[in-house]
Design a protein around this ligand. Structure first.
Ligand SMILES: Cc1ncc(COP(=O)(O)O)c(C=O)c1O
Length: 406
């Protein structure tokens, strides 16, 4: 069996200057912005009591982002909010003036004119940017890495974006998009990762993702759960993970939940940094072959990494079968539980949780995490079946069987 690897956090802390990005105030603004969209509704938080009993924890809650804005993934929350913040800055206005009604009005078109938003994507982020650009009558240019599926390409092209699949991996597509933006009049890169000197837009993207965490915190409270004890969140570049970890660290300052970061083993750059243990970020290169397309990123978001090194507890490097297992479990729930349609990058949290609870080889980790019948576990299913063909291959035909040696 191909094993999951894991590492605890023994890294020295930094000055933690990025944690404030995920303040309640910033996330409130993002949520207010999103709530102005006619497509907005709170995505469901599935309470999987049957699964919790089956694996021996007190509760399992799964935030189901397949319902987000009809786009089958959470990502649009970040791109749309960052675009609005950018436009507000250019127009010297406040974000609270950037309502959906204004941004989609002829008046706005007259006041602002046109910008071109560049980005690189495995699919979900680019679709969000293309969708928002379309709604706001702006231009979008989207580059996808080698191996991207036609279905995901078509979903972006449908929004009117200028989209290509390149012979490059994700990180090199980011560099291409940045270069093109810098050479284009009124061009701006809206990338869901940060690097030295490119921090403002990614921090807005992380704030935008915060809407999902804020909704989840409110839904848990409504369900009578004062605080989740454990949060599993997946990472590609780590913007999402840092957004979640940052938000909940601020919310429960004195007694935060345990944060467990799940990566695809082919692209486990954050895990690699945790293993090194010095606090320096690490990079993974090459083709990054994994079914978890949204997690196939080898270079961490610099500001996200800073939040994670200070606040995350455990880092998991997960084989593909573990996410396929999560997809099947969510697709065929214990009787009485709600079904969650969860894609490859969405289901790894549940796949890892179940594996940690059920597989004896992870007993030590289970104990270190303190996962037991009192635990209230929150996971994020960040996408639905964004690759429907593979979704069926896995859930119907049993592709990537549990424990597979691949
Ligand atoms: C569905 C899904 N989940 C999780 C992630 C990971 O987010 P991040 O790259 O911010 O770590 C992505 C990124 O594209 C994604 O598409």
């Amino acid at each position: 069996m191909k094993e999951m690897k894991w590492a605890g956090n023994t890294m020295p802390e930094s000055d933690d200057r990025w944690l404030s990005v995920m303040s309640e105030e910033n996330v409130k603004q993002a949520k207010a912005f999103h709530m102005g969209f006619p497509q907005y509704s709170v995505t469901p938080l599935a309470s999987l009591g049957g699964l919790a009993e089956e694996i021996g924890v007190g509760g399992v809650y799964v935030k189901d982002e397949s319902y987000r804005f009809g786009l089958n993934a959470f990502k649009v929350l970040g791109g749309a909010f960052a675009m609005a913040k950018y436009i507000a800055g250019e127009m010297k206005k406040d974000i609270s003036d950037m309502t959906y009604d204004y941004l989609t009005s002829p008046e706005f078109e007259k006041d602002f004119g046109h910008a071109t938003f560049f980005t690189a994507t495995d699919g979900n982020h680019g679709r969000g940017v293309a969708w928002a650009a379309n709604k706001l009558h702006q231009k979008a240019v989207v580059h996808m890495p080698k191996g991207s599926t036609k279905f995901r390409f078509d979903n972006i092209a449908k929004e009117g974006a200028d989209v290509t699949i390149e012979e490059l991996n994700y990180d090199d597509c980011v560099r291409l998009a940045a270069k093109e933006a810098s050479e284009t009049e009124h061009g701006v890169i809206v990338q869901d990762t940060a690097w030295e000197g490119y921090e403002e837009i990614p921090s807005w993207i992380m704030e935008g993702y915060g809407t999902m965490s804020k909704e989840a915190a409110e839904q848990l409270s409504d369900a009578g759960v004062k605080k989740p004890t454990h949060i599993f969140v997946q990472a590609g570049v780590g913007s999402l993970a840092a957004s979640v970890v940052g938000y909940f660290s601020n919310l429960y300052k004195d007694d935060p939940p345990k944060f467990i970061i799940c990566e695809a083993d082919a692209a486990a750059c954050i895990y690699k940094g945790a293993v090194l243990g010095t606090g320096e970020e690490q990079v993974v290169g090459g083709d990054l072959q994994t079914i978890m397309a949204g997690l196939a990123c080898g270079e961490p978001n610099t500001i996200g990494w800073d939040i994670l090194r200070n606040h995350a507890d455990y880092f998991l490097s997960c084989p593909d079968w573990m996410s396929a297992r999560g997809m099947r479990i969510l697709s065929a729930p214990v009787k009485g539980d709600t079904r969650v349609i969860s894609g490859e990058s969405g289901a790894i949290g549940v796949g890892a949780l179940v594996s940690i609870m059920k597989n004896e080889e992870y007993k030590e980790l289970r104990e270190k995490l303190g996962l037991d019948s009192r635990s209230q576990v929150l996971c994020f299913s960040t996408e639905g079946d964004t690759d429907p063909e593979r979704y069926r291959a896995i859930t119907w035909e049993g592709a990537w069987p549990s424990g597979e040696q691949k």
